[in-house]
Design a protein. Structure first.
Length: 97
């Protein structure tokens, strides 16, 4: 659809039923004080499908699953004597509960 067609569609279509039936997204907020950024990465289709399936079963976004997986992989390589912020400890405890 072109921008003109989209504008016409939304100018003339009653979406009140869909809006009434909608629910807030289940989104995990960024840890306090930690900026978020985005980038594109190419993944094998089978891997991305597996990540999406896991996200559906856990009722979270695919991005959250990818972020958690990367954080877990990195935490396995971190020096045990290194300190971590309290908000990350709280997040880990909340995830484990």
């Amino acid at each position: 659809m072109t921008k003109k067609n989209l504008a016409e569609h939304y100018d003339t279509t009653d979406l009140s039923a869909q809006i009434e039936a909608s629910e807030p997204a289940n989104r995990e907020a960024a840890p306090t004080g930690e900026a978020m950024d985005a980038f594109t990465v190419r993944l094998p289709v089978a891997l991305l499908d597996a990540l999406r399936a896991r996200a559906v079963t856990e009722n979270v976004t695919t991005g959250q699953i990818i972020r958690r997986t990367l954080e877990a992989a990195l935490s396995a390589t971190v020096d045990d004597d290194k300190t971590i912020p309290v908000h990350k400890l709280r997040a880990l405890i909340a995830d484990a509960s």
